[in-house]
Design a protein around this ligand. Sequence first.
Ligand code: FNR
Length: 183
Amino acid sequence: SQYQIAIIVGSLRKDSINRKLAQALIKLGPSEFSFKQLEIGDLPLYNQDQDANQAASVVRLKNEVRAASGVIFVTPEYNRSIPGVLKNAIDNASRPYGDSAWTGKPAGVLGASIGTIGTALAQQHLRNCLAYLDAPTMGQPEVFIQVKEGFFDEAGNITSADTVRFLQGWMDRYVLWVKRHAE
Ligand code: FNR
């Protein structure tokens, strides 16, 4: 397809509700968009001493981000911020200085939590990083999902038609956001 979008999930857990949300979101994309979930669980802890000799997993992540027309982040909130694994991925792909993979990538931010504020504070911290990294991040609509029992069915589908409609609206806006920022 014409536009390849990288998806980064901020949880490594097998049954992650954020991974389920990402998978449900992918189904709402138009045919000219394809989506690839990027692996961040095998990255080394960022160490500036390795800048001149980045691990293969870091080089891979940077190439995948560079090849993408946009990046969607779907993240949990950990202790009122983003999970360390996500920050580690952001830091690794931002270096060495002057060689960041994030520059100019149209970004989208979503998150799911079991709590009522639905990752709002984590997303705000993430937006702060993306602003510094010069990744134009869509401001609206915001997606703060609270996952309660029955939110997903056995197949991983979102059971509420209203929520699916809302996420479709998000995807439609994100598609325009990516096209607007395409070279
Ligand atoms: C959490 N959780 C959580 N939820 C929230 O809304 N705000 C928070 O600050 C935190 N903090 C937090 C810290 C740690 C270390 C864990 C493990 C969990 C709960 C969180 O929303 C819940 O575990 C989600 O299921 C995590 O997302 P995934 O892994 O299911 O995608």
